[in-house]
Design a protein. Sequence first.
Length: 83
Amino acid sequence: MNDASICPSCGGTLEDRSIQIDFRYKGRLIVVEGIPAQVCKDCGEQLVSASTSKDIDALLESGARPSRQITVPVLPFRHSAQA
Ligand SMILES: [Zn+2]
């Protein structure tokens, strides 16, 4: 039990959530979803435990087949128009 979890950034309350994080791995953008994390209700800080991070690294290195593919929008940078 670690229910007395306090956000290190703002001192708010952390709750257990399932999140998704995108990674760059070998030049590819990969999204890992269903990651167990603690998320601050106040500032949105996302905390992933060291063992979970290790599991994510192992998952990326394993070359596991993706469960699905998503399309990511790509925007070319442009300077904002100025009058
Ligand atoms: Zn916080």
